[in-house]
Write a protein that binds this ligand. Sequence first.
Ligand code: HEC
Ligand code: HEC
Ligand code: HEC
Ligand code: HEC
Length: 397
Amino acid sequence: MKSMDTIKALGAVAALAVGAVAFFTLERPPVNVVQRGYRGTGLDEIYNPRHLAAQADLNKVPAMLPQLQVGPLAKTVYKNVQVLGDVHVGEFTRLMASMTTWVAPKQGCGYCHNVNNMADDSKYTKKVARKMILMVRAINSNWTDHVKKVGVTCYTCHRGNNVPQYIWFKNDGPPEAGGFAETYTGKNLMIGPNHSSLPYDPYSIFLKEDPQTIRVQATTALPGGDRHSIKQAEWTYALMIHFSSALGVNCTYCHNSRAFGDWSESTPQRVTAWYGVKMVRAVNTGYLEPVQSLLPSYRLGPSGDGPKVFCKTCHQGAYKPLYGAAMAPNFPELYQPAADTTDTGAMPAAAPPTAAPPTAAPPAAAPAAAAPPAATPPAETPTAPAPAAPTRQPPQP
Ligand code: HEC
Ligand code: HEC
Ligand code: HEC
Ligand code: HEC
């Protein structure tokens, strides 16, 4: 009898354990699976319709006022326009009204302006906004390898908030001991990107000036030539978790997981992401760090640095911000005038990855299901994620 009880008790424990594993690791059905690579390679995207529905609500494009290219140039009318001088007064006013709804809908013009004297620069928000206009111009004009023709406006990051919802600060983490514990980076605590137990601050390492290279996989079969540490690998994976959660995609959206480092097996999206990394670095060092000195102390992080951007600042969980809706083309003043030499959003110094992304047609085996699930993207969006095409056949068993 006693042994029966033990077996029952063990059975109950096992059932509980299986239940717990299922609860914490599996997505509650239904989920949609979209094949993006050669069949049998497991290059699938998993979409959860519940998340997609919540996502769609967050990514509605706001109404845009019609263009108003009328009136004299702003510099002939206003007293203190340093950036928008060559914009017609009608369009200038439209941009001011749009910026207000994008950045300060509750506070209105007075968020940036001394409303008794619009030319006055006494509010820090106005000075930051001027730099932001330059930044948006640089993104739209210099970083078309990433933002393509759709570009960005203030709304892409701000979405009606004074400060964008998703930003990062240097994170020194919880107090730590010295000695052997010194290199502790928060791993094994669920405080890394997207609650992963990975280092909590891969951003300071990879998304600022003079960053570490994001290459950790050995290029030789034997360990001799591999100079990378486990810690470097952990930083890299932490950053990759951020990529995935920021875009709402799996690793296979960009990689063939049998060889993460191999460009020839990666999707074209990985190349776009590569430019994204360079763009984010240029934005953080060229625009956000310089305005830090203007910010009041309550805007700064625990280490005294200002807010910075990462992938989630624009993407907010979507594979393209606002599902790829055209944001900038309707605002010609948010592109750099041809003669502008003041820009600091430099082009990437390094050449893009040498192995060209696969441009071939999708493999014959790609099923019709390679189209995105119904909720992504909504009807008005121009492009859907293209199925990836491996350039060579996977090894035969
Ligand atoms: C998010 C910040 C922001 C908001 C909100 C904002 N502005 Fe501005 N405004 C600016 C900046 C920055 C400039 C200077 C542009 C430049 O230097 O080219 C400016 C300049 C102006 C000027 C020119 C003043 C002069 O004589 O030099 C006028 C007029 C103006 N804004 C009107 C408005 C109105 C009206 C609103 C509300 C509908 C508004 N602005 C809301 C940031 C803002
Ligand atoms: C790439 C993302 C991004 C875009 C695009 C963007 N901003 Fe920002 N903005 C930020 C971040 C991050 C901060 C917080 C850091 C700071 O204040 O320097 C910020 C802060 C600001 C602030 C200061 C707000 C406060 O209360 O402290 C203003 C004003 C502002 N932005 C205006 C604009 C305007 C106007 C545009 C469009 C011309 C714009 N931003 C476009 C990322 C962005
Ligand atoms: C949005 C595209 C994208 C997604 C999603 C993504 N990655 Fe990456 N990954 C990249 C890019 C781009 C690089 C290379 C950066 C560079 O070389 O500068 C990279 C590099 C890597 C590397 C280093 C490769 C080497 O050469 O050593 C590993 C490992 C990696 N990713 C793993 C992952 C994992 C695991 C996931 C899912 C959690 C993931 N990636 C999700 C774009 C992505
Ligand atoms: C300033 C805003 C902004 C930031 C920051 C940003 N992106 Fe993007 N990204 C965009 C826009 C806009 C598009 C859409 C371009 C298009 O229409 O193809 C895009 C497209 C992409 C795509 C192509 C998706 C597809 O299906 O073709 C990838 C991949 C991507 N971004 C990865 C990243 C990664 C990784 C980061 C962080 C290192 C990042 N992005 C940061 C604005 C941004």
